[in-house]
Design a protein around this ligand. Structure first.
Ligand SMILES: CC(C)(COP(=O)(O)OP(=O)(O)OC[C@H]1O[C@@H](n2cnc3c(N)ncnc32)[C@H](O)[C@@H]1OP(=O)(O)O)[C@@H](O)C(=O)NCCC(=O)NCCS
Length: 188
């Protein structure tokens, strides 16, 4: 198991070939998927096993273990609480990366999303040569916006809801793109 980052309360590690069930269970909670699909899991269990897990493992190789999607565990209990991501677009520049998070409902409201993503943003700027971190969320996903604001990110654009998310609650309000640059992070 390859650790990626550690905070006061969380350990972030690379996913392994044996982790499909963690992802399948996380996505089976309609509250978790509320602003992503409207409540349904976005993928079938077979697709998680046969496509998602191999693609996550490939991504660690592609980016020399510097970026990707990482499983988060509560240090005190060892429990899986969800995932965080820090990664460039597949064909994009390596110094501009997305931050993202998806946590189990029983882990919400404890500051974990802010704590885990702050560790990734800090690592990106301090160790990985990142010059800009971005994230996107629906206008109706207030908790996600609060997380990005607490990371020092600010709204740089209003964005339309993607075609495949038109059925999601609040789709008509569109979304926001947040960013923080290395200069802004240095001055924080
Ligand atoms: C988004 C998510 C990661 C936030 O997790 P969290 O553990 O609640 O986040 P934190 O505890 O770090 O803090 C979030 C902030 O949002 C607030 N918040 C939480 N739920 C909220 C809600 N429904 N409405 C308004 N604010 C809310 C918290 O109070 C906190 O703000 P505060 O420090 O000013 O009090 C979590 O809700 C989640 O996994 N959702 C499902 C997946 C998802 O939507 N991911 C983001 C896609 S863009």
């Amino acid at each position: 198991m390859t650790d990626y980052a550690e905070t006061d309360r969380l350990l972030l590690r690379q996913f392994t070939a044996h982790d499909a069930d963690l992802l399948i269970e996380l996505d089976s909670d309609p509250a978790v998927m509320r602003y992503l699909t409207g409540g349904e899991p976005d993928l079938t269990p077979d697709a998680v096993r046969d496509e998602v897990i191999p693609s996550l493992l490939n991504a660690y190789e592609r980016w020399d273990s510097r970026f990707g999607l990482f499983a988060a565990h509560e240090k005190e209990t060892g429990d899986f609480i969800g995932w965080f991501l820090l990664r460039p677009l597949r064909t994009g520049p390596l110094d501009e990366v997305e931050v993202g998070y998806r946590l189990r409902q029983d882990a919400w409201g404890k500051g974990y999303a802010t704590e885990g993503s702050r560790a990734l943003v800090d690592k990106g700027f301090a160790e990985l040569g990142v010059t800009m971190v971005w994230g996107e969320t629906m206008a109706s996903n207030v908790s996600s916006q609060k997380v990005m604001s607490k990371l020092g990110m600010s709204v740089v654009a209003q964005i339309p809801t993607p075609e495949d998310m038109q059925g999601v609650e609040g789709a008509e309000r569109g979304g926001y793109r947040f960013e923080i640059t290395k200069e802004q992070w240095d001055r924080r």
